[in-house]
Design a binder for this molecule. Structure first.
Ligand code: FVH
Length: 291
């Protein structure tokens, strides 16, 4: 339970929004909830949340308004209903996923409506919210992070990404890239091995054994990128490109799609064609950077 009891409003009671409201209630806060489609607040009201019938009514009860909607179009649709001064003097923490520029646009709009703004991104699925595995990235003024960090910290460990309201989204998307790449690699591996009758559960076990070794490679990769030194005595572009070709050829021979490994193979091939076959695989960042 958090040290001080506060009032917090949650706009949006989807899978994540309702989890957030439950988490704030469990932390001992007074929680007001609103959702566009009525009827999603039953369990929360039974657990002690106050149900509001409109977004303007919901925001008037709390200094902190947490927004968690499908996308930024939904956020703007709700902000359209809040232009009568309802947000004046409050803090809006929008935890909706989106791009950095979308976050900056919401920040501008919220500020114009008289409120202060925090952009938040939850690095967790609903079942992990409130556990040690959850991180909440927050961008916005330091004093505002400090003011609301205690309440928002019920979601997960708060990590401040700085003043620029777009930075939490950028960090979020960066980590989603890693997550989706790992999951994508696992899905590909599962389909390769399914062709030999290996259940996905066994592939998961082997993958989990491999991941710590991959994680251990990251500091070395980081040094290569940060210093732009791509000399290697471990594994060259040439070797990796050959491996990626073996992988995609074997994939097609099994009648499967090769989209996931083909993306990295294309970058390795481009480095090879540019005469950079002797460099480390990390040198593909130069191609990513070119855009
Ligand atoms: N669920 C997850 O694992 C991820 C984890 C990381 C962060 N995301 C982001 O959280 C946002 C909400 O995700 P969600 O899982 O709660 O999504 P849904 O269950 O689909 O609920 C969507 C809510 O948005 C409301 N909504 C949609 N359009 C509008 C609109 N035009 N005006 C007002 N509200 C709108 C919807 O309301 P309703 O359909 O029930 O009326 C839900 O409350 C999202 O950005 C994730 O990327 C979750």
């Amino acid at each position: 339970m958090s040290s001080q009891r506060s009032s917090v409003t949650v706009l949006g009671l989807g899978l994540m929004g309702s989890t957030l409201a439950r988490t704030f209630l469990a932390a001992g806060h007074d929680v007001t909830v609103w959702n566009r489609t009525p009827g999603r607040d039953g369990a929360l009201a039974a657990a002690g949340a106050r149900s509001a019938t409109s977004a303007p009514e919901a925001v008037t009860t709390s200094p902190l308004v947490v927004v968690c909607l499908l996308d930024r179009a939904a956020v703007h649709a709700v902000l359209d209903t809040l232009d009568g001064g309802a947000l004046t003097g409050r803090t809006v923490a929008d935890l909706t996923t989106g791009t950095p520029d979308e976050s900056r646009a919401v920040a501008e709009r919220v500020t114009a409506l008289g409120a202060r703004y925090l952009d938040g991104k939850i690095l967790a699925t609903p079942s992990l919210v409130g556990t040690a595995a959850a991180t909440l990235l927050l961008s916005g003024p330091e004093d505002l992070v400090a003011e609301h960090g205690d309440v928002l910290g019920a979601i997960g460990t708060v990590t401040s990404t700085g003043d620029d309201p777009g930075l939490a989204a950028l960090h979020d998307l960066a980590m989603l890239t890693v997550m989706w790449s790992v999951l994508g690699g696992y899905y590909h591996a599962a389909e390769l091995l399914r062709s030999a009758g290996v259940p996905a559960a066994d592939v998961a076990t082997t993958t989990m054994q491999l991941l710590p070794a991959v994680a251990g490679m990251l500091p070395g990769e980081a040094t290569a990128i940060d210093t732009a030194s791509y000399a290697t005595d471990e594994s060259t572009i040439e070797v990796n490109a050959a491996g990626l070709h073996h992988l995609t050829r074997a994939t097609r021979e099994l009648g499967l799609r090769d989209d996931i490994p083909a993306a990295l193979r294309a970058l390795a091939d481009e480095q090879l064609a540019a005469g950079n076959g002797g460099l480390a695989l990390a040198s593909v960042v130069d191609l990513i950077r070119k855009g």
